[in-house]
Design a protein around this ligand. Structure first.
Ligand SMILES: Cc1cc2nc3c(=O)[nH]c(=O)nc-3n(C[C@H](O)[C@H](O)[C@H](O)COP(=O)(O)OP(=O)(O)OC[C@H]3O[C@@H](n4cnc5c(N)ncnc54)[C@H](O)[C@@H]3O)c2cc1C
Length: 379
């Protein structure tokens, strides 16, 4: 089932698969050990157009549909989940916010540079005391003549150190507002890169804003519209994480299948044992179900249909599937799955992030339930 991906879109997915197989998969372990994505890799990806995948052609992007863009994220995530999370934060959070809520002049100023990969994007919502509950955000933005003055500290910013352009959510009085900020302005300090359990090569850090001057025209949407913008960004972040999760799960499944055919115990490949076959069947079924949920949500986004629940279902199921599949892949590898010589050890760690980033499973269940309960037709 291709969910109506056109020839061109399938080509894009294939191109991402080739890039993942040649440039990411063989080096992912090294990136993980070095806890860094090499600058030349980022440059190369920019040259192929990945940083402008979803950006409109008029702003020098490739103008790919959500389905096509997510198909590419799925493939790239199979090669390196850290690379995929870096690109997703740039595209699905930063660029998406500017494209959807920026004025024409803001779009013209930032999107072409972001599309070319000359500038890297990040999006900063979470704070030490405001995770699932974004109404607890403490960073403030106060209008002073033609500038907002921002003060506060953000946490867990993917691309925080390497980004040039940051989308930031801050309190304007009692409400939230959203801003795009050039990181070169005075007063922004990046904290040290967090040492994480998985997606180690992705840069995640805190950002402190100390009397940062943001021109009034860098407000995204209207003042006090931040909660609405955050909801839109959560949706685009969640669909990207769903596809990252499927990419990791698929890669772990492939490794586990291969291993089960070559590992001999009791004078036969372990794939001969029904206990192993049933694990592979369950893994394949859940991956397929997750992929269908994820493509359905992406298609609904492309068709401009309201689909917050469908996105949450995809994010919830795919992230739990990735963790289930990677756990089973380690089990099929036995002791070898628990040491660094085999890729499943990394997939197992990388998958964990998909259940936290862009909202936890609990947050997805809250979203789904709230839609069920407000839908009078489903009673
Ligand atoms: C690798 C990684 C990258 C990230 N990148 C970014 C980024 O680029 N930008 C950004 O802004 N943030 C980013 N985050 C932060 C991420 O979005 C938050 O960690 C996430 O939203 C959860 O917030 P929290 O960690 O504060 O957990 P909390 O909100 O404190 O939740 C702790 C636990 O309580 C549960 N919980 C909370 N509220 C409820 C409730 N009402 N009902 C039931 N259970 C509840 C949660 O599900 C969770 O299990 C990233 C996180 C990670 C791990």
């Amino acid at each position: 089932m291709n969910f109506h991906l056109s020839e061109e879109e399938l080509e894009l997915k294939q191109m991402a698969r080739d890039f993942a197989e040649k440039r990411l998969y063989p080096n992912a372990e090294k990136f993980d050990e070095q806890e860094k994505l090499p600058a030349d890799l980022i440059k190369e990806a920019a040259g192929v157009g990945y940083f402008g995948l979803s950006i409109a052609e008029k702003h020098n992007g490739l103008g790919a549909s959500c389905s096509a863009c997510m198909g590419a994220i799925e493939e790239l995530s199979g090669g390196s989940a850290a690379f995929a999370i870096m690109l997703s934060a740039h595209l699905s959070l930063c660029c998406e916010a500017i494209a959807k809520f920026g004025s024409d002049s803001v779009k013209e100023k930032y999107l072409p540079q972001l599309a070319a990969g000359e500038k890297i994007g990040a999006c900063s919502v979470t704070e030490a005391n405001a995770g699932t509950d974004i109404s607890a955000i403490e960073t403030t933005a106060v209008l002073n003549d033609n500038n907002y003055i921002l003060n506060g500290t953000k946490a867990y910013v993917t691309n925080g150190s390497i980004a040039d352009i940051i989308v930031v959510l801050a309190k304007t009085g009692e409400q939230l507002s959203c801003f795009v900020i050039d990181k070169t302005v005075a007063g922004i300090t990046a904290g040290k890169s967090e040492i994480k359990c998985g997606v180690k090569a992705a840069d995640v850090c805190s950002l402190t804003f100390n009397d940062v001057k943001v021109p009034k025209e860098n407000l995204l949407g209207q003042e006090n519209e931040g909660a609405k913008i955050a909801a839109a960004l959560l949706d685009s972040g969640r669909i990207a994480v769903a596809f990252q999760a499927i990419g990791i799960a698929q890669a772990a499944f492939v490794e586990a299948t291969k291993y089960s055919k070559v590992r001999v115990q009791f004078n036969q490949p372990i794939a001969n044992f029904q206990a192993i076959q049933f694990k592979l069947s369950e893994m394949a079924t859940r991956i397929d179900a997750g992929r269908l949920l994820a493509y359905r949500a992406a298609l609904m986004i492309d068709e401009n249909k309201s689909c917050a629940s469908e996105i949450s279902m995809a994010k919830l199921f795919c992230s739990e599937t990735a963790n289930y599949v990677c756990d089973q892949a380690v089990q099929i590898h036995g002791g070898y799955g628990y040491i660094k010589d085999y890729a499943v050890e990394r997939y197992f760690r990388d998958a964990r992030a998909t259940e936290i980033n862009s909202g936890t499973p609990e947050a997805q269940r809250i979203q789904i339930a709230s839609d069920i309960l407000k839908d009078k037709t489903s009673a």
